[in-house]
Design a protein around this ligand. Structure first.
Ligand code: SAM
Ligand code: SF4
Length: 350
């Protein structure tokens, strides 16, 4: 390879709006033991196990991406702790820190966390986001079809081993919007950062409607009845690539991810890979890019495999659209026409 070609194929991935890609999310499985109403379809058709990329193939892909500017990798799902070997995968990813990787994170429902917390810490996991949408046992079961107590035990286990955690709560009007204050009080008491997430049109059964969205403003109004809420200094310019708007409530940090009413797309530095090797330049991308063949070739060290993977990826990433609002109408049309875009949050991983 001549020097020019080598430089070009090691360049960072950038889209047409100048946003460099620094964060990669890998969904290691679409399977999940929960059935969150805002995520999982009533009758999921799981990916076939033999269609999933192996951890070795995922590792080779991560290595390739880190050499092109990825600084942070988040392991997600489905429920990532349901895939055997995930802890070992995290330990293996530590090798990429010498190439520029800075953080390895996970998003989990925490149901199995009690048994995995110590091993995850030992494997070098840097931080963990945990979904918790209600503190009411009955409501939690209605939302997820699982019990609340293992989740709370998992959270305590993670705290006990010193894993930094954040709590994610998706709010839905008329379903769990009564949890804003209980979760806020609990997070202050537990000294855990809480992030509320606006419900996005990525649910498996496509029942989303704007009426179900609890907006950032509604959340702030509700919190203000009990807390003094102020925006964190420097956050209003939305200069960082952090998706959550940052607040203090009585001095305690709080985030709100308001994709629908205050999208963070302008600074988006994320890209995503599903468990069977489909790559997405955006959560709402109308079309993914199937990279299975290229990733398999990469892990077999086939000649020119890096070149061809780089060529298809850089073109697809370059064409990333400006964001949710640019895609929203098309997405809505696709949602009406239920035959298209079958991808939903349980495959993309959030
Ligand atoms: N099973 C893990 C969990 O629940 O944390 C990881 C996968 S889950 C798909 C990742 C994140 O996506 C969770 O924080 C979840 O709350 C969020 N999520 C799922 N469906 C969503 C939707 N329709 N709108 C907004 N967030 C959603
Ligand atoms: Fe499972 Fe997470 Fe989706 Fe809930 S949000 S159904 S825990 S993948």
């Amino acid at each position: 390879m001549n020097m020019m070609t080598e430089l070009e194929t090691n360049a960072r991935f950038v889209d047409q709006f100048g946003r460099s890609k620094r964060k990669l999310r890998i969904s290691v499985t679409d399977r999940c033991n929960f059935k969150c109403v805002y995520c999982m379809p009533e009758h999921p058709e799981w990916m076939k196990k033999h269609d999933l990329l192996s951890f070795e193939q995922l590792y080779q892909f991560c290595d390739f991406m880190v050499r092109r500017g990825i600084e942070s990798i988040r392991i997600t799902g489905g429920e990532p702790l349901m895939r055997q070997g995930v802890v070992h995968f995290i330990a293996q990813l530590q090798n990429l820190k010498k190439l520029g990787l800075k953080r390895i994170s996970m998003t989990s429902n925490a149901h199995y966390l009690k048994q995995y917390a110590a091993a995850l810490k030992q494997a070098g996991l840097d931080d963990l986001n945990i979904s918790l949408d209600s503190l009411d046992t009955h409501q939690f079961k209605q939302l997820t079809q699982k019990e609340l107590s293992p989740v709370l035990e998992g959270i305590h286990a993670a705290q006990a081993v010193g894993l930094p955690i954040k709590i994610n709560c998706v709010l839905m009007n008329g379903i769990n919007d009564n949890q804003i204050l209980p979760l806020a009080r609990w997070s202050v008491q537990q000294k855990i950062m809480l992030r509320f997430i606006e419900f996005m049109p990525l649910d498996g059964d496509r029942k989303w409607s704007s009426e179900h969205v609890v907006s950032e403003q509604q959340i702030l109004d509700s919190l203000s009845t009990e807390f003094t809420v102020i925006q964190q200094p420097g956050d209003s310019a939305r200069s960082s690539s952090e998706p959550a708007r940052q607040y203090f409530m009585d001095g305690h940090p709080l985030g709100i991810i308001s994709t629908i009413t205050n999208s963070f797309c302008g600074t988006c530095d994320r890209v995503r890979l599903t468990a069977q090797g489909e790559f997405y330049n955006c959560l709402f991308a109308p079309q993914g890019l199937n990279l299975k063949t290229e990733i398999k070739a990469l892990s077999c060290s086939e000649p020119l495999s890096e070149l061809s993977l780089h060529a298809v990826l850089s073109k697809y990433i370059w064409n990333k659209e400006s964001g949710y609002h640019a895609i929203a109408q098309r997405l809505e049309n696709q949602r009406m026409n239920k035959s298209s875009r079958k991808i939903s949050m349980h495959m993309l991983g959030g």
